[in-house]
Design a protein around this ligand. Structure first.
Ligand code: C2E
Ligand code: CA
Ligand code: CA
Ligand code: CA
Length: 279
């Protein structure tokens, strides 16, 4: 029983308690965390692979600074936040912080700097995401061309007619749209053409095995060729080695993200990277 609890990263309950009470406690803690500003954003550089690892933008990634447990990974609370609906206010908080930070960086360092923000299914399907994005752009003064929204394939395929309308509305605001974790979902190429998408993010699981799994290397090459044919940019995620980088660059990938260039770091450290000019 204790072993079971230990393996479950979501439940913080004692082994002799009802597992459901652990989830309830976590849910209550998440509400407190939002009210008490225990969340923070870290930023991971996205670099130009053809130009000396110049930083072209950052992905904003949320963390929870828990009073006892320290820094908690989003993998341990985003699913529950999504299930309970707390992701909507949390997502708005993320968007607000990211826009404010992006505005400061764009002004100080690079008018073209991109700040990428993850949008959850619940935000995209079950809330007025267009109004929220529009409001946060206005409030922060960030230019829409500096903002990129990352969406996953599964949330786009949920209701295609609504997706086409929402994506169109978001595009009209002037923001860039990316499909995250590309290749792991079930989007069809036909729909991909109907969606006004600017970027595909090749999922890290394909990048990881480029060196040992010919199928994964072929999938990366194939996604890059397809993106090129559709005139969509591609970002490779989870680049950790020089060999992966060399392969992706050879296949025409122009943007990269991964530990090879930099882990997600707090805003001050990201500012230092920008001041230095490269990751
Ligand atoms: P994601 O959107 O696919 O984000 C990329 C994840 O891969 C991040 O994990 C990042 O730290 C990690 N990563 C980046 N480079 C490498 C690498 O070279 N090697 C390896 N092994 N990992 C790498 P993180 O920050 O733990 O976030 C996990 C997931 O949580 C994200 O996956 C995203 O789905 C979700 N998430 C994070 N922040 C937010 C947010 O603000 N809103 C929403 N809705 N989801 C978020
Ligand atoms: Ca992402
Ligand atoms: Ca991803
Ligand atoms: Ca594999």
């Amino acid at each position: 029983r204790a072993k079971q609890a230990g393996r479950n990263t979501i439940c913080f309950h004692e082994p002799d308690q009802n597992p459901a009470s652990g989830v309830l406690r976590l849910e209550a803690e998440l509400h407190t965390a939002l009210a008490q500003q225990q969340f923070e954003l870290h930023f991971q550089p996205q670099v130009d692979l053809l130009n000396g690892r110049r930083i072209i933008g950052f992905e904003a990634l949320v963390r929870w600074r828990h009073p006892e447990r320290g820094l908690v990974s989003p993998l341990d609370f985003i699913p529950l936040a999504e299930e309970t609906g707390l992701i909507v206010p949390l997502g708005e908080w993320v968007l607000r912080q990211a826009c404010a930070q992006g505005r400061a960086w764009a002004e100080r360092f690079d008018p073209d700097l991109r700040i990428a923000v993850n949008v959850s299914a619940r935000q995209f399907v079950g809330s007025d995401v267009v109004r929220t994005v529009s409001r946060e752009l206005e409030r922060s003064g960030l230019s829409p061309r500096n903002l990129e929204l990352e969406l996953t394939e599964s949330m786009l395929m949920h209701n295609v007619a609504q997706t086409v309308k929402r994506l169109g509305d978001l595009k009209r605001l002037g923001v860039a749209l990316a499909i995250d974790d590309f290749g792991t979902g079930y989007s069809s190429l036909a729909y991909l053409r109907r969606f006004p998408i600017d970027l595909l993010k090749i999922d890290a699981s394909f990048v990881r095995d480029i060196g040992h799994d010919p199928d994964d290397a072929a999938i990366c090459a194939c996604i890059l060729a397809m993106a090129d044919a559709l005139r969509i940019d591609a970002v490779a995620e989870g680049i950790e080695t020089e060999d992966q980088l060399a392969f992706l660059r050879d296949q025409g990938c122009r943007i990269g993200q991964g530990y090879l260039f930099g882990r997600p770091v707090p805003a001050e450290q990201a500012t230092a990277l920008l001041a230095r000019g490269a990751a």
